[in-house]
Design a protein around this ligand. Structure first.
Ligand code: CP
Ligand code: NVA
Length: 315
């Protein structure tokens, strides 16, 4: 079944979004369909205060522009309230445990916590000890909200997801992992093209391959040939030190006009942002008419609103 023919039921059987491993295609389609209707309501200026009286706390241990602003604005548009908690300003940054933080936030009537941090295990621990819904806003291993906004953008462009070839170039990082899972579960044909030594995690790759079509290759030609979507991300993720050896290994995986030429003639370019022009992508590609990076950034808002409604709204 494809996204385009799925009939939404308006609910999913989850309390949290920790990663996409335990989400079915139907769960993902529910999110995408609701995102579509919230986006259209917003365009028509129609009020949609589906989370009136609800509060989302947002814990950030890493920087953010898109995630912070889209969650904050999303909560505001849904009639709810959000709290920005930088880990430098709360006791978590001085060594208070995740478990104690979760128990305390639970006592104040918090309905959801969005957390951006380093360890995936911290996100899981927060969910274990809190009474609220937990949403992963990026860890070293996953970035599920971004990947869902990305495939929503693909569906908007192509009208369907089944069989769409998405080729990711560069570091086998959190984005590569989440795109593999989101793409495989929704019938896309995902290629992760990384140099030797910088491939995605093997266990996550094998898990994704059980759900659908995921190929890991070091051949740019193989990945780009016939691709509908060309995707890349930074050489150095947050928390990683610059390393000339890694930069040299990743440079041949840059998305540039030569790579664009190998793809389908109507292929789109995607990037989660922030981007480093001249490193993972050339200015001539990211600033071209083929680039949909700002649609992707906007879609973070609509998709996260849908996620929050499905996890934190009335059951
Ligand atoms: N793509 C993304 O998550 O952007 P921010 O780091 O600005 O939140
Ligand atoms: N891989 C990048 C994604 C940023 C949205 C990072 O983790 O920094």
């Amino acid at each position: 079944m494809d996204f385009s023919s799925y009939k939404p039921k308006g609910k999913i059987g989850h309390k949290h979004l920790l990663n996409l491993l335990d989400y079915s295609a139907a769960d993902i389609y529910e999110i995408l369909h609701l995102a579509q209707s919230l986006k259209s309501a917003m365009r028509r200026g129609k009020k949609h205060e589906l989370l009136k009286g609800k509060t989302l706390a947002m814990i950030f241990s890493k920087s953010s522009t898109r995630t912070r602003v889209s969650f904050e604005m999303g909560m505001h548009q849904l009639g709810g309230h959000s709290l920005f908690l930088s880990s430098n300003d709360i006791q978590l940054g001085r060594g208070e445990t995740i478990a104690d933080t979760a128990r305390v936030l639970s006592r104040y009537g918090i309905d959801g916590v969005m957390i951006r941090t380093f360890l995936q295990s911290d996100v899981e621990e927060l969910a274990e000890y809190g009474t609220f819904s937990v949403i992963n806003g990026l860890t070293d291993d996953f970035h599920p909200c971004q990947a869902l906004a990305d495939i929503f953008t693909v569906a908007e462009n192509y009208g369907h997801l089944n069989g769409v070839k998405l080729a990711y170039f560069g570091d086998g990082n959190n984005m590569a992992h989440s795109l593999m899972l989101a793409g495989a579960k929704t019938g896309m044909n995902v290629y992760i093209c990384s140099p030797k030594g910088y491939e995605p995690d093997q266990a996550i790759t094998e898990a994704a391959q059980k759900f659908g079509s995921v190929t890991v290759t070091d051949s740019v030609e193989e990945a780009a040939a016939g691709a509908d979507v060309l995707y890349t991300d930074v050489f150095f993720s947050m928390g990683q030190a610059k390393d000339p050896k890694k930069e040299a290994a990743l440079m041949p995986y840059q998305v540039n006009p030569t790579v664009l030429e190998m793809a389908n003639k109507d292929a789109v370019f995607m990037h989660c942002l922030p981007a480093h022009r001249g490193e993972e992508v050339t200015e001539s590609v990211i600033d071209s008419t083929r680039s949909v990076v700002f649609e992707e950034a906007e879609n973070r808002l609509h998709v996260q609103k849908a996620i929050m409604c499905l996890l934190m709204g009335k059951k």
